[in-house]
Design a protein around this ligand. Structure first.
Ligand code: ADP
Length: 695
């Protein structure tokens, strides 16, 4: 025992010695009360006391021991030196502790202590500022435990003080550094968003002009160069869009634009568009939506397409043999929400285990050689990750290097409730055709954009009038009627919003309503809403792409120029009929645009009849056997194939055949199949005609 006394009194202060003597006395008394205490237990007790004494001396912590009944507190010398005092400078009473507390922390600390003593919280551990002798404040972490009598009333409490000033300081530095980094990052994101947005405007000229040039007479070398130019411009635009999206997400400016859409349409259209690439690489390419998945959904189909295009694009890019399959199943559903599970499987190069998480971070590629060998920026999956999160889902990958990968993601959508929400027409491979030549006014101050828009529409058979600014547009509208107006938003003088407002005001007197389509390189949150709020009917982003331009403009073709006259206004005479354009079985320009390669086009033409016949025969066989499912599958394959050829009528017929088959209406399907056979024959001839050797 005497050894222990020596150790414990190492700090050689009378008080501590006194305390230890008391403890030794208590121990002795215990021993007396336990006359038969085994020697073993006594040794353990002694050892544990020794360990405690060593521990106390080994740390810089201060010790306190409070006799709650008397209010006396033992503060160890390190407890006092921690705040700059000698042992005899501070009195050993509770108020010594209380008066050193920072006024702002005092009540919180006392409340914590009271809560602990009253048994309302299990642990006493609290941080506070404590006054130093030199007037500064130290941060202290106090911890302690109470001893309680048989009624649970505390009679003694002991614990430690640790000086955590440095840690607090580091934490504060870290917090500040994080705040600085976050604000620098969001400034960077905002800058990137603005820059990529600005660069999109001149890209309008580059892409539009090369599209127009491709439609002119060119020799083979010129065409080859131009196709390369167009390809580079397209990938530059893709990159800009990625950067814009990513920086919008980072800057918190990305929002989903929810409306009603058809899932089947989305998946099929993407499969058609991407199928060409798979076909070029001779990959098997399949997609399937489980029958239990509801097809009419509410959500942002544009962003869903973006995720799918990214994942399917990667799957095709990283696969050299075998194939790619897309599967959609139902994960869960409630009365008004469904969560879908999308799987994109490939038999490609696979991803090493240690990269499976990090590829979802921005600018990360699985191997350093990826960029050189496959291109890309490593942004695609980061964007998918964030978009999926916006859709309340998650994304992950299962993969085996050398065998393939399966990317999974879930996403939540609203169910349609019968309340009609205006569906937005799909923008990819649109099936609508120009019914009639339209009179279109283009209001645009940039020459390049004027020319691009005008030539595209004129080549399509529409009649275009140009106005260089808002004022000219208003004047034109006073004199003439148009079937649609394409209105640039940013123009000097009267801008697009203002011009629209004035046109709408004049229309109040006549009851007319000319469709106005906003044209802008703005792709920021709220722009679409702003255009619609200004009285515009739709919105198209620059750079203009012919397919999208035709779709947006021609959706207004079937509308009467004077739709619903105001009650009191006189009934105006109907518009004069316009010459009908008989649509050809396929659209050569679109076919060319989507394949982007003359040789491939010829190959596709050569195999058309054989392929079409194969599916038509399958469909016929299924119909004869009265089997709706194989009929649906044949019609579906046919539909996928026809999309590649930009054969709108045949595509519509095959879509309808799909619907009849899906609904089990074999009679309707029979009629549709007959028409489809005829259309495919016409299409076959038209394709061969367009690609006769020498043309
Ligand atoms: P990018 O394709 O533009 O490089 P992504 O973010 O889309 O960027 O992909 C990041 C990386 O993840 C790719 O560079 C590639 O290394 C890896 N990866 C993505 N999808 C696949 C896939 N299906 N098979 C193999 N590797 C993939």
């Amino acid at each position: 025992m005497s050894d222990i006394h020596e150790h414990a009194a190492g700090d050689s202060v009378p008080e501590l010695k006194q305390r230890i003597r008391e403890l030794a006395g208590m121990l002795h008394a215990c021993r007396l009360r336990l006359p038969n205490a085994p020697a073993e237990a006594m040794r353990e007790l002694a050892e544990s006391e020794e360990r405690f004494a060593l521990a106390v001396r080994g740390t810089n912590d201060g010790i306190w021991d409070w006799d709650i009944r008397t209010g006396k507190v033992f503060f160890s010398p390190p407890w006092k030196s921690m705040i700059g005092y000698e042992d005899d400078e501070l009195e050993n009473v509770f108020s010594t502790f209380e008066t050193q507390l920072h006024p702002e922390d005092h009540d919180r600390v006392m409340a914590t202590l009271n809560d602990y003593l009253a048994g309302r919280i299990p642990r006493y551990s609290v941080e506070f500022r404590f006054r130093h002798k030199d007037g500064s404040w130290r941060w202290i972490l106090a911890r302690g435990r109470a001893l309680r009598d048989e009624h649970g009333t505390p009679y003694r409490m002991a614990g430690s003080h640790t000086d955590v000033t440095e840690r607090k300081h580091d934490e504060e530095e870290l917090r500040k550094a994080r705040r600085d980094a976050e604000s620098a990052n969001s400034a960077k994101s905002a800058f990137l968003a603005n820059m990529s947005h600005e660069i999109r405007t001149p890209m309008n000229g580059v892409i539009g002009m090369s599209e127009l040039l491709l439609g002119t007479d060119l020799n083979e070398t010129q065409r080859e160069y131009l196709e390369m130019l167009k390809l580079s411009a397209d990938s530059l635009l893709e990159l800009l869009n990625d950067i814009l999206d990513f920086s919008k997400i980072e800057a918190g400016r990305m929002e989903l634009d929810a409306h009603e859409f058809d899932l089947n349409e989305v998946v099929t259209e993407i499969a058609q568009a991407m199928g060409i690439r798979a076909f070029q690489k001779r990959l098997v390419f399949l997609h399937h939506i489980s029958p239990e998945v509801p097809l009419r959904l509410i959500g942002d189909d544009g962003r869903l397409r973006q995720i799918l295009v990214n994942l399917i694009g990667n799957a095709i890019k990283f696969t050299h043999k075998g194939g790619v399959t897309i599967e959609v199943t139902l994960e869960s559903s409630t009365a008004d929400m469904v969560t879908l599970h999308f799987k994109i499987n490939d038999t490609g190069i696979g991803i090493a285990a240690d990269m499976r998480e990090s590829i979802f971070e921005a600018f990360t590629q699985a191997e350093t050689s990826t960029s050189r060998r496959y291109g890309g920026t490593g942004l695609g999956l980061a964007i998918c990750h964030d978009l999926v999160a916006l859709m309340q889902g998650r994304i992950w990958v299962e993969s085996q290097p050398g065998t393939g990968s399966t990317f999974h993601f879930t996403a939540a959508f609203g169910r349609t409730s019968g309340i009609s929400i205006k569906p937005r027409p799909p923008r990819i491979n649109q099936v609508a055709t120009a019914q009639a030549s339209m009179k279109v006014l283009i209001v645009e101050d940039g020459h390049v954009s004027q020319l691009v828009g005008a030539r595209m529409l004129e080549k399509r058979g529409h009649v275009v009038t140009l106005a260089a600014n808002g004022r000219e547009a208003i004047e034109r509208c006073d004199k003439e009627t148009f079937d649609a107006i394409l209105m640039d938003v940013h123009m000097p003088g009267i801008n697009g919003y203002e011009a629209t407002a004035r046109i709408r005001k004049t229309e109040q007197a006549t009851g007319r309503h000319v469709p106005i389509i906003a044209m802008t390189a703005n792709a920021m949150k709220g722009d679409r809403e702003r255009c619609l709020a200004a009285g515009m009917d739709d919105y198209i982003a620059k750079p203009l792409r012919s397919a999208e331009l035709f779709q947006v403009v021609e959706q207004f073709a079937h509308r009467s120029a004077v739709p619903e006259p105001a009650h009191e206004s006189p009934v105006p005479s109907p518009p004069s009929p316009r010459p009908q354009i008989e649509p050809p079985p396929f659209d050569l320009a679109e076919f060319r645009e989507s394949t982007g390669d003359e040789k491939l086009m010829r190959k596709l033409v050569a195999i058309f009849s054989e392929d079409a016949q194969k599916y038509l025969r399958k469909a016929e066989k299924a119909l004869t056997a009265g089997k709706a499912r194989p009929l649906y599958e044949a019609a579906h394959s046919l539909k996928g194939m026809l999309g590649v050829y930009a054969a709108k009528k045949a595509l519509t017929l095959s879509s309808e055949l799909c619907e009849y088959a899906h609904a089990g209406d074999l009679k309707g399907a029979q009629l549709m199949l007959e028409q489809l056979k005829k259309e495919c024959a016409l299409l076959g001839d038209a394709l061969l005609g367009a690609f006769e050797p020498g043309i």
